[in-house]
Write a protein that binds this ligand. Structure first.
Ligand SMILES: Nc1ncnc2c1ncn2[C@@H]1O[C@H](COP(=O)(O)OP(=O)(O)OP(=O)(O)O)[C@@H](O)[C@H]1O
Length: 255
């Protein structure tokens, strides 16, 4: 669980996060949405410990980040997996070497143990027979699977995903969303996803935080987002005619 209490983050005169408080539960897919420039990436970087808020606190499983020692912060970092936008795989490394990288960096496991673990996670993300391939030899969807395998290879407690299905076709995007949700539930991870994808919001938004101009404008589930009459949320989420109709049908079905 990650608890965020009234965090503020500024860059010079630009006050980007303006007192955001929320809570991200374990075993749930938590989504951060909002318009471009609303502060989603800055928020994610605060959660990753890459930016330190000037005010407020972030607690991981009950422990405030600001009260952790240097070695506790290092341990916490190893409990965090990250799926970057565009996968961010190392082009000169094979799939196996990419997934092995965090273990090679942070553990003293021998090659046999690392290979076993790599095979385990590659199987979990349904990627077989790709160990010796290079990123350029596999599809974008497969690259995402490799990025997810690499993010979970160290058994993280927290999984952060920045636009995990950007650049994927709609069908592959849904498969990747579902995979992230399954892994989250199976390994009881606290997962936080930064997304622009409204399909993801509807499909896997067990908790959704809507940021607007650095404030948390709304939070709720994918069921609640259909019913909300918060104008800022409906303007943003239901900006397309298609989504407006879907919402209308959902409301009528339930009346
Ligand atoms: N390192 C930084 N230094 C100065 N300003 C920054 C920095 N990082 C972000 N900002 C500013 O913070 C604001 C919010 O940016 P952020 O990247 O969090 O938006 P976002 O919601 O993720 O947008 P997008 O959806 O386009 O990625 C922007 O005005 C941006 O210019």
């Amino acid at each position: 669980m990650i608890e965020v209490d009234n965090i503020h983050k500024s860059f010079g005169d630009a006050h980007v996060l303006k007192g955001v408080s929320t809570c991200f539960d374990q075993g749930k897919t938590n989504l951060i949405i909002g318009q471009s420039g609303s502060g989603k990436t800055v928020f994610l970087k605060c959660l990753l410990g890459l930016f330190v808020p000037e005010e407020g606190s972030i607690s991981y499983s009950g422990q405030k980040y600001s009260e952790l020692s240097t070695s506790e912060k290092r341990d916490l970092r190893q409990d965090m997996g990250m799926v970057f936008q565009g996968s961010a795989l190392f082009d000169s490394m094979t799939v196996e070497e990419n997934v092995m990288f965090p273990m090679d960096m942070f553990t003293k496991r021998n090659m046999g143990e690392m290979r076993d673990r790599v095979n385990e996670v590659l199987q979990r993300v349904n990627l077989v027979d790709a160990n010796k391939k290079y990123p350029s030899e596999i599809s974008g969807g497969m690259q995402k699977r490799v990025a997810i395998a690499r993010a979970i290879v160290m058994n993280p407690k927290y999984l952060f995903c920045d636009e995990p299905n950007s650049g994927l076709d709609p069908k592959t995007a849904i498969l990747i969303d579902n995979l992230i949700q399954e892994i989250t539930q199976e390994f009881n991870i606290t997962t936080i996803i930064n997304t622009h994808d409204m399909n993801s919001v509807m499909e896997i938004g067990e908790k959704i935080i809507f940021l607007k101009n650095g404030f948390k404008e709304w939070e709720g589930t994918n069921k609640e987002i259909f019913k909300t009459d918060n104008g800022a949320v409906t303007d943003f989420v239901y900006s397309s005619e298609l989504f407006k109709k879907v919402r209308q049908m959902y409301i009528e079905e339930r009346n």
